[in-house]
Ligand binder design. Structure first.
Ligand code: SF4
Length: 225
């Protein structure tokens, strides 16, 4: 590591992991600034609308080291916008940390260290960003999971029933549930958890309904959780 390796940070915080098969576990979060997409339901606009803080990797690691026993999640914004995210992942893995990387699916995931757990969005039509998905990522995800099972999870945020049908058909077409965990989340305020649960049950779909745990625990907070 050199002193010249910086990342633009939006926030560092310690909370409960809320959006994956790791949901519910304590986790230290590294939220990187900047995003190349503009989803209609974005609840993290501050990551690209506010000025970031440049931090070198040593300072980021010093923060993470305060929580030595827990998961580490790198999120955004879009983390893969910044190439220095890769040395950060490597350094965390070398320290024996379990690393989750949340990505919006528009950047190739093939360069992400094999041992990291990628939680990859597949943007739906209702996001307004469906065209941004890097379609090769399905093959890359399959390859990751065939080498180390569970190192890529597929996440869909659904804004209405049309999105649900679109995502369901994509899951079937690519046999995604056989490749890795598939997560269906309702866009907050747009789809009720009950409706999404009903659709999944009716279709007997092998996907995991997930609710953003942190928003249930801290509904009054929009950041730092
Ligand atoms: S990818 Fe994530 S951070 Fe970027 S605009 Fe969409 S919801 Fe917001």
């Amino acid at each position: 590591m050199t002193a010249l390796q910086y990342l633009n940070i939006s926030e560092l915080f310690y909370s409960i992991q809320g959006e994956s098969t790791y949901a519910g576990l304590p986790c230290v979060f590294i939220r990187l600034a900047g995003c190349n997409l503009r989803c209609g339901y974005c609840d993290a606009r501050y990551t690209y609308e506010e000025a970031p803080t440049a931090m070198d990797l040593a300072a980021i690691l010093a923060f993470v080291d305060k929580y030595p026993e827990v998961l580490v999640e790198i999120t955004g914004g879009e983390p893969l916008v910044q190439t220095n995210v890769h040395p950060l992942i490597e350094l965390l893995l070398a320290r024996g940390r379990t690393v989750l990387l949340e990505t919006n699916g528009s950047w190739p995931i093939d360069k992400v260290a094999r041992e990291a757990i990628v939680i990859m969005d597949i943007k739906t039509p209702g996001s307004g960003m469906v065209e941004a998905f890097a379609t090769d990522n399905i093959a890359y995800a399959r390859a990751r999971n065939s080498i180390i099972q569970g190192t890529c999870e597929f996440k869909f945020v659904l804004t209405d029933q049309n999105d649900y049908h679109w995502a369901r058909d994509l899951v079937h077409r690519h046999n995604l549930s056989q490749s890795g965990p598939v997560l269906f989340s309702p866009a907050r305020g747009q789809v009720s958890p009950l409706d999404l649960a009903t659709w999944i049950l009716q279709d007997q779909l092998a996907v995991r309904l997930q609710l953003q745990l942190h928003t249930l625990i801290w509904p009054q907070l929009s950041r730092g959780v």
